[in-house]
Design a protein around this ligand. Structure first.
Ligand code: F3S
Length: 406
């Protein structure tokens, strides 16, 4: 692998042990994947923040790196953690878990990572441009950045995204290269998609079929309204990243690379997959029964506009079951300024920041029956939280919280 003088100096430890370790990770990755050189990145999004996921060994690993004076050299942001920093006591999160979580956040802050604690940084003004090279790690954020924004990132692990943030570069392989961004599968959609939940179901099916391929969707009509369209992009991308390992997709006529390349975005030997209905996904994600302990929305984290629509759906009705809506602290503050948080809380719901239903310690808190509108959450909740999942549209989920059953 060809390294610049600066990169070689990082590797030789001339800029300290922290950067040496970071460069070693990047070079090792580059060698595994056949990269010929590094590519500068403009930002890094760091997953592996929740104490639920990384535990004591993760905290120790991060602390060691911080003690070796590793500091970010490009803007870097945290993915959701396991607690809401404001509400964890009120919501009954376990004290020991919360203290460990706060320590992880502090260590990352010490290294210069911003505590955005969100998987939708593009809703808080972090919007990489088409063609920009970045090193993001949360799978739905990676999918959105590549597919909807046209930026270029591999699906980094937490440590490799941090290493990229410290060195300001990442090995040039995978989705940083044009040839790997061409579609490997042509997905012909023959059914109507009526909601973002349907896009999630479609994503679940396609992720299972294409693995880590690049699907090109044809026959999809996206909503004209931008907020709804964004929710659909998020839902399909997050679901494909969860049921498969899709980090980039194209939708004919809508996503930027499909628009600029047209039919040339598809490899000549692409496989063709027909999707006739969504029944198989609906059956797989929706476990029988109507009991619920909690209704959760916001996987991926909601935008201000989505929060507004949810508040409208609640319409001041009293909720019989807890409803948690996950977002970033910045979006929550904007929503609070518009009276949306008060309106949701008066009905009995909560707007959670910094965390989500998959990385919070829900199982430890005795929450078992969970309703959600997210195919990604529905995919992970049984394995990550031991939960029984009810999957439905946003409207069905809000209705379930109002009625007390699904
Ligand atoms: Fe985001 Fe958590 Fe879902 S990190 S994509 S809300 S699993």
């Amino acid at each position: 692998m060809k390294l610049t003088e600066k990169e070689q100096a990082f590797l030789d430890g001339k800029h300290g042990l922290g950067l040496k370790k970071a460069m070693e990770i990047l070079v090792a990755l580059g060698k595994i994947y056949g990269a010929k050189e590094m590519v500068p990145v403009t930002s890094a999004q760091i997953a592996g923040v929740s104490y639920k996921n990384i535990g004591d060994s993760g905290l120790e690993f991060l602390s060691d790196w911080a003690n070796q004076n590793a500091r970010v050299h490009v803007p870097a942001f945290m993915n959701p953690a396991g607690i809401d920093r404001q509400l964890w006591r009120q919501l009954g999160f376990p004290e020991a878990f919360a203290q460990n979580q706060l320590e992880i956040i502090e260590v990352l802050k010490r290294m210069g990572v911003r505590a955005t604690l969100t998987c939708t940084p593009y809703h808080i003004g972090i919007v990489p441009q088409k063609g920009e090279h970045i090193a993001w790690s949360e799978s739905s954020a990676v999918s959105y950045a590549n597919s909807v924004l046209g930026a270029r990132t591999n699906r980094e692990g937490g440590p490799s995204a941090l290493a990229a943030a410290f060195c300001g570069r990442t090995p040039r392989f995978g989705l940083h290269l044009h040839e790997n961004r061409l579609a490997t599968h042509r997905i012909l959609v023959h059914c109507q998609l009526k909601s973002s939940a349907d896009f999630g179901l479609l994503g679940y099916l396609v992720g299972k079929k294409v693995g880590n391929g690049v699907p090109f969707f044809q026959g999809i009509d996206l909503p004209a309204e931008e907020t709804e369209r964004t929710a659909c992009f998020k839902a399909v991308g997050a679901a494909m990243a969860a049921s498969g390992a899709v980090a980039l997709y194209h939708i004919e006529g809508f996503t930027p690379e499909a628009k600029s390349y047209g039919e040339r975005i598809v490899k000549p030997d692409a496989r063709v997959i027909d999707i006739k209905d969504l029944d198989e996904a609906s059956l797989a994600l929706n476990q029988p029964g109507d009991q619920i302990d909690l209704v959760t929305l916001g996987c991926p984290h909601v935008s201000l506009e989505e929060l507004k629509s949810i508040a409208e759906l609640i319409g001041g009705q009293r909720l019989q079951k807890p409803l948690w809506i996950a977002t970033s602290a910045i979006v929550r503050e904007d929503a609070r300024a518009q009276g949306l948080v008060d309106a949701i809380e008066q009905a009995g719901g909560r707007v959670l920041a910094d965390t989500c239903m998959v990385v919070a310690p829900l199982e430890e808190m005795g929450i078992q029956f969970i309703a959600t509108n997210s195919a990604k959450a529905a995919t992970y909740l049984p394995s990550h939280q031991g939960a029984v999942v009810r999957f439905g549209t946003t409207e069905q989920c809000v209705k379930a919280a109002i009625n007390g059953y699904f």
